[in-house]
Design a protein around this ligand. Structure first.
Ligand code: NAD
Length: 359
C-alpha cells in the first residue's frame, strides 16, 4: 500500500462519518468498476455518503461498508446494539498485548460490545488463534490477529499500515502490552530496567506516534470525529511499588505522556487517557502454576506464614476493600466510559476495588 493510499483510507473513513463512526474502508490495489472514480484532489468534493466503492486514479480502489463483511461481500449480519455497547459497536479497536491476560479480557469484552478488534501481539500465533475463535463464535468478522513488537518502531509502523489497509482507520487504540520485572533497586540490572521501560513507556510513545496521524486524517474532513488512545497503566502508576521501581517508574512515566499527548492531540479530537487497574489475580502473571507471582511469593516466603498458593492469594485479596482482584470486564467498563465521555481527556482512571484512591 502506497503512502498516498495510507492517507486516503482514513480520509474516506472520515468523509463517511455519521456522527458516531465512519465506514470500514478496505483497500484494493486493483478495481475495474467503482461508483466513484476521481483524482486524489477531487475526492472530498465528489464523495457522497452511502457509496460502496471508490476508485482513486493512480492510488487504487476502496470498498466501503457498515462493517467488514458489508465492505468485502456486501452482506452484514451485525447485531444492533444499544446503550453503552453502541459506544464501540462497529468501531475499529486495537489492543496491544491482546493475546492473553488483561488484553485478552479487553478484546473479548470489546467484541461482545460489537467492536471490530485487532489483536496486536508479539505472540502472533496466540493473537490469530483468539481471532479465529471469536470470528467462529460470532459468525461474522469481528477480529484479526496482527503481529507487533511495540518496542520496535518499524514493527509498530507496519502494524498501523496493515490495519489501515484492511479497514481504513483506528477509532480506539488500547496500549496494553506491558511487562513486569520486580527487584530491589540495589540489585536490578540495567538490562532488566531498560527492558521494562522499553515495553511499558517507550512502546506507548511509539504506538501513539504512529496512530495519532491516522486519527488526525479521520477527523480532518468533518472536524467532529472523536477517537481515543488509552494506555493500560496500573495502580502502580499512582502509588510507588516496593522493590518494583522499574515497573512503577514506567507506569508513572506513561501518565506524563498521557497528559502531554492529550494536550497536543485535542486539536484532532483525539482523547488520550489511562486506566489504572488493580491486580488481575486470575491472569497468567499471578496465577501461572509454574512462574506466576503467587507461586514465586510462596517459594520466596514473601508472605509471612503462607503455606499454600491460596494463603498468598488471600493475603493480597485482603488488601483490597472490595475483596477481589480486577479483571478484563472491570477494565473494559472504564474503557467504555472513557470513549463515551466526550468532555474529558488526559485522565488517569483507577479501577482498583478501592485499593488506591485519588487525592
Ligand atoms: N496482571 C496484573 O495484575 C496487572 C495489574 C495492573 C496493570 N497491568 C497491566 O496490564 C497490562 C497487561 O498485563 P498482563 O498481566 O495481562 O500481561 P501478560 O503478561 O499476561 O500479557 C502481556 C501480553 O503482551 C504481549 N507482549 C509483551 N511484550 C510485548 C511487546 N514488546 N510487543 C507486543 N506485545 C507484547 C505478550 O505476548 C502477552 O500476550 C500490562 O500493561 C500490565 O502492566 C497488569
Amino acid at each position: 500500500m502506497t503512502r498516498k493510499a495510507l492517507e486516503i483510507a482514513p480520509l474516506l473513513r472520515g468523509l463517511s462519518f455519521n456522527g458516531e463512526k465512519g465506514d470500514i474502508v478496505v483497500f484494493k490495489e486493483r478495481m475495474d468498476y467503482a461508483e466513484l472514480t476521481c483524482k486524489p484532489d477531487e475526492l472530498a468534493d465528489k464523495f457522497e455518503k452511502g457509496m460502496h466503492s471508490v476508485l482513486v486514479e493512480g492510488v487504487g480502489g476502496f470498498l466501503l461498508g457498515e462493517d467488514y463483511d458489508d465492505a468485502v461481500n456486501g452482506t452484514s449480519n451485525a447485531p444492533v446494539l444499544n446503550g453503552r455497547a453502541a459506544v464501540v459497536s462497529n468501531k475499529v479497536c486495537v489492543v496491544t498485548g491482546g493475546a492473553q491476560g488483561f488484553g485478552e479480557g479487553i478484546v473479548r469484552e470489546l467484541v461482545k460490545n460489537g467492536a471490530l478488534v485487532f489483536i496486536a501481539d508479539m505472540n502472533v500465533g496466540g493473537a490469530q488463534k483468539l481471532a479465529i475463535e471469536l470470528n467462529n463464535e460470532a459468525g461474522r468478522t469481528v477480529a484479526f490477529g496482527v503481529s507487533v513488537n511495540v518496542t520496535d518502531e518499524k514493527s509498530v509502523e507496519k502494524m498501523v499500515a496493515e490495519i489501515v489497509e484492511k479497514v481504513g482507520g483506528i477509532d480506539l487504540f488500547v496500549s496494553n502490552a506491558g511487562v513486569l520485572k520486580a527487584g530491589s533497586v540495589k540489585e536490578m540490572t540495567l538490562k532488566d530496567f531498560e527492558f521494562v521501560t522499553d515495553v511499558n513507556y517507550v512502546g506507548f510513545f511509539l504506538c501513539t506516534k504512529h496512530v495519532a496521524p491516522v486519527m488526525e486524517l479521520m477527523n480532518k474532513p468533518q472536524g467532529n470525529y472523536f477517537t481515543d488512545i488509552i494506555s493500560i497503566s496500573s495502580k502502580s502508576a499512582l502509588e510507588g511499588s516496593n522493590k518494583n521501581g522499574a515497573y512503577a517508574g514506567s507506569k508513572f512515566g506513561s501518565v506524563g505522556l498521557v497528559q502531554s499527548f492529550a494536550k497536543e492531540l485535542v486539536v484532532d479530537n483525539t482523547k488520550v487517557n489511562t486506566i489504572c487497574p488493580g491486580n488481575f489475580f486470575d491472569g497468567p502473571l499471578w496465577s501461572d502454576p509454574d512462574r506466576g507471582l503467587f507461586v514465586q511469593y510462596l517459594n520466596t516466603g514473601k508472605v509471612p506464614g503462607a503455606k499454600t498458593v491460596g494463603d498468598v492469594r488471600a493475603f493480597y485479596e485482603a488488601q483490597i476493600p472490595m475483596g477481589r482482584g480486577c479483571d478484563g470486564e472491570d477494565v473494559t467498563r472504564a474503557i467504555l466510559y472513557t470513549v463515551e465521555q466526550k468532555y474529558e481527556t488526559g485522565q488517569a482512571v483507577p479501577v482498583t476495588g478501592g485499593q488506591v484512591m485519588l487525592n
